[in-house]
Design a protein around this ligand. Structure first.
Ligand code: AMP
Ligand code: GLY
Length: 424
């Protein structure tokens, strides 16, 4: 099979690494890719916003299958355009990608199909939103409706913070994404991420993970795209996975199909394990970054036929096998991230993969032969271990061998799971 992978982050490096191991693969292309992905794929400098260019490249190279990594091209309808051109594509349609593209869309779906989630209201202007906040009281959660690169959510512990967050949204802090606001009840509990494939009819549960959104040790400081993750998530016991499938994923698949937006791709469900059981915080319609890196480390099955079955409606014919080991990834980021940081800082050394440990590239590029950091999140040092404690030790040991003066990482990725493991 000739495959084109769209994207350039650590998530796509992990997908490329795994797809490249498939006996079914004839050739892998990636657009735009990164120097890590280049170990497994031919990089193509396509403008992925130019759907016609992606289609014409795919036709030219006889691409059998396109795998879309990030959310932006999905929300922009790249999967629809590729499918219309007769090219099998992994990733939901523009209509189905609203599950990530509009928080209000997802909340309305939950209300229609009785999917457990926090009570909410949608608002198009500040005053009624503020009145609702005053009526409900704090803690309360304010969300810009649209895509805001993970920054559009304020968990307000006081009414004043909630009112200020409403002003921020309507004053344009998140651009068009904040033109509508969702005000949502605060959910208390431990968070977990759950990944599940759907071809529109069948659901295939993948695995669970937990990430670390805050930039600082002990989960302090501002939110980021994710500073590290591990899999599996201990709170997601088999019983909780079963409840999530029955109460959240299956009604979503049926509801989306009934509403005329059948969902094909991966559900990345952000869950809060409350006293009532799992409740939906949000859906993403692509793999998590860096959650994908730990999932791919644990995946024993051939990824390519699983993704292809998802795209072609034959998910009922595949099964998926996971390592019982834990995987953990540590993000190395540019000093200053998530605020401003220097670009093009040299990375002198990235260690080779070791048994069960590998560095995935995210925001890197080659400049005159020198590897440099161009993004906020730059390298993902990922390892397997018999438990999270061992995976953590292996990942940090490998991270020590990276030579990059402008890089930093958290030193405690996996701390909750490690504390649990060492208490027993
Ligand atoms: P989201 O972008 O929707 O994932 O929200 C970012 C983070 O805000 C989540 O990972 C949670 O930690 C937190 N959050 C979002 N919604 C709620 C909620 N209703 N109750 C408590 N925390 C929330
Ligand atoms: N790590 C969170 C995300 O991919 O959205």
């Amino acid at each position: 099979m000739k495959v084109l992978l769209i994207g350039s982050g650590g998530r796509e490096h992990a997908l490329a690494w795994k797809i490249a191991q498939s006996p079914r693969l004839e050739h892998l292309y990636a657009a735009p890719g990164n120097p890590g992905i280049a170990e497994h794929a031919t990089l193509v400098s396509l403008d992925i916003e130019d759907h016609a260019a992606v289609i014409s490249f795919s036709k030219d190279k006889n691409i059998d299958f396109v795998v879309i990594g990030p959310e932006a091209p999905l929300v922009a309808g790249l999967a629809d355009d590729l499918c219309a051109a007769g090219i099998a594509t992994f990733g939901p349609s523009k209509a189905a990608a609203q599950l990530e593209g509009s928080k209000g869309f997802t909340k309305d779906l939950c209300a229609r199909y009785d999917i457990p989630t926090g009570a909410y209201q949608r608002f198009k202007s500040a005053e009624p939103a503020k009145a609702y906040v005053r009526e409900q009281g704090a803690p309360i959660v304010i969300k810009a409706d649209g895509l805001a690169a993970g920054k559009g959510v304020t968990v307000a512990m006081s009414e004043a913070d909630a009112l200020a967050a409403i002003d921020d949204c309507f004053d344009g802090a998140f651009g068009a994404a904040g033109a509508e606001v969702v005000v949502e009840a605060f959910l208390d509990g431990e968070e977990a991420s759950f990944f599940c494939l759907s071809d529109g009819k069948t659901a295939l549960a993948l695995a669970t993970a937990q990430d670390h959104k805050r930039v600082g040790d002990g989960d302090t400081g501002p939110n980021t795209g994710g500073m590290g993750a591990y899999s599996p998530a201990p709170v997601m016991t088999p019983a909780m996975v079963e409840r999530t499938m029955k109460d959240i994923i299956e009604p979503t698949i049926k509801g989306m199909a009934r509403d005329g937006n059948p969902f094909s791709g991966v559900f990345f469900a952000g869950l809060m394990m409350t006293q009532k059981g799992p409740e939906l915080i949000e859906y993403n319609v692509r793999f998590g970054d860096p959650e994908c890196q730990v999932l791919m480390m644990r995946l024993k099955s051939d990824l390519l036929p699983i993704l292809y079955a998802t795209a072609t409606g034959t998910l009922d014919q595949v099964t998926v096998e996971w390592s019982d080991d834990a995987a953990l990834t540590v993000v190395l980021a540019s000093k200053g991230y998530p605020a401003s940081y220097d670009k093009n800082t040299p990375i002198a050394h990235v260690p080779d993969a070791r048994e069960d440990a590998k560095v995935f590239h995210a925001g890197t590029t080659l400049k005159d032969g020198q590897l440099v950091a161009t993004g906020g999140r730059v390298l993902n040092v990922t390892a397997l271990g018999k438990n999270v404690t061992e995976a953590q030790a292996r990942a940090y040991a490998l991270a020590k061998d990276v030579t990059w003066d402008n890089g930093f990482s958290r030193s405690d990725i996996g701390w909750q799971a490690v504390a649990r493991e060492n208490a027993t």
